[in-house]
Design a protein around this ligand. Structure first.
Ligand SMILES: [Zn+2]
Length: 414
């Protein structure tokens, strides 16, 4: 008996880090592998995703919402172990609150945190921290964060936090920061870092900054100060947003930002040996396809040439008289005469139409396909390392992921 108990305690991690690539279906990690491939070498190099893969997960929501989940129902499943309706923030189909992973961790004396590239009160972090009948209740969710006692809250979302609300956070001992440059000044919990009005900058427009990995690093530094351990959620939120826009250049840059954050955690897991990391996606977005139109071709090298997000290229093209050279320069390839004619048309219709036309052009040149501007019901991958990682191998449901994590929490939580 004693021996058995000892074995369990040895395989039980002190710290747990769950990382979610929002919308990151299998085509994203495959595409990312070829995007990162060094064409100078014979082999296709492994990515962090290939290194850490252990299993797959189904993502369907509660019966009432069919087979295709949204981020709220999926995050509810991953955080509570229960399926709910699309839009639910850790409430069940009867709208009763479900205990979340971070609540359970807090009750055990562990520290908790979230670090995300969307606004901090977006669906995924919200379902780990609190409860709401609808993901759209941004103000209510922000206010409820006050009662979560979370030690680290890092991401965007300034517009959802009134001065009055910020004052309540600082009265509770939170250090409030609004700039990445202030991150160094935070050396102990608690912190409320709202580093952008809504989302953090797109990685494609801000490659040096690599903000999510900096937030991840800081979260580990702060949360590991608790000798009892911690549970941290990291979300690469904007992979999904790029997927909704069918924007492959922006999506692959976001994948790179998320991969760097995973590497930060992987390094921590290697050094600490008492920390479990689990990486998964909440669902697949856009029906991305690596190759399209009957051709056995995908050209990620086209994506490396794109110097800014199509949104930003569109804005610059609309602002300039001599816009064609700007577009050619920022796309990294020269559109043909008839393609410029299409762009001229789109440019007259405004920023959104121009951005869409640019994304379509990038799809043509890279031979990328999409089937929807929404989500799809494909299974997603599960990646893990550290004590307990083997539990996540093979096929599982997204609710199983939560239940397996619960089984690894200190025993009084179960
Ligand atoms: Zn989505």
């Amino acid at each position: 008996m004693a021996n058995n108990a000892q074995n369990i305690s040895q395989s039980r991690p002190k710290n747990i880090i769950i990382m979610i690539g929002d919308g990151m279906g299998p085509a994203y990690t495959s595409g990312y592998r070829y995007y990162k491939d060094n064409p100078e070498t014979e082999e296709v190099e492994q990515t962090v995703f290939d290194r850490l893969l252990v299993g797959m997960a189904s993502t369907y929501p509660a019966r009432v919402s069919g087979y295709v989940t949204d981020s709220a129902a999926a995050a509810t499943a991953l955080s509570t172990g229960f399926k709910s309706y699309n839009g639910a923030i850790s409430v069940d189909v009867e709208k009763r609150q479900l205990a979340t992973l971070l609540e359970k961790a807090k009750a055990l004396g562990l520290s908790t945190g979230v670090a995300v590239s969307s606004q901090v009160n977006h669906a995924t972090p919200a379902a780990f921290l609190t409860h709401s009948e609808s993901r759209k209740n941004y103000t209510e969710i922000a206010e409820r964060y006050l009662d979560t006692d979370a030690d680290v809250i890092l991401g965007g979302g300034q517009r959802y936090f009134s001065e009055e609300l910020i004052n309540k956070f600082t009265a509770k001992g939170y250090q409030h920061i609004t700039e990445m440059s202030q991150l160094n000044s935070v050396t102990t919990p608690k912190v409320l870092g709202l580093l952008a009005d809504v989302q953090l900058p797109w990685v494609i427009n801000d490659k040096q900054a690599n903000q999510l990995s900096l937030l991840t690093q800081k979260s580990l530094e702060l949360l590991s100060q608790n000798p009892n351990g911690f549970v941290l959620l990291v979300e690469g939120s904007l992979i999904d947003w790029a997927g909704h826009s069918n924007d492959i250049a922006t999506a692959m840059a976001e994948m790179d930002g998320f991969a760097h954050s995973i590497e930060v955690v992987e390094q921590f897991v290697r050094e600490q040996k008492d920390t479990l990391m689990i990486v998964t996606a909440d669902h697949n977005t856009g029906g991305l396809s690596v190759g399209a139109n009957g051709e056995y071709v995908w050209k990620p090298e086209v994506l490396h040439q794109v110097k800014a997000s199509p949104d930003m290229i569109a804005a610059q093209a609309i602002a300039a008289q001599e816009w064609q050279p700007i577009v050619t320069n920022l796309l990294g390839f020269e559109p043909k005469i008839q393609e410029f004619a299409t762009l001229t048309n789109a440019r007259m219709q405004g920023n959104e139409a121009m951005a869409i036309a640019l994304r379509k052009l990038i799809d043509i040149y890279s031979n990328t396909g999409w089937t929807t501007e929404g989500h799809t019901g494909d299974d997603v991958q599960v990646f893990a390392a550290g004590p307990g990682a083997k539990l996540f191998s093979g096929h599982q449901d997204n609710t199983d992921i939560a239940n397996k994590i619960f089984s690894l929490l200190p025993s009084s939580a179960q």
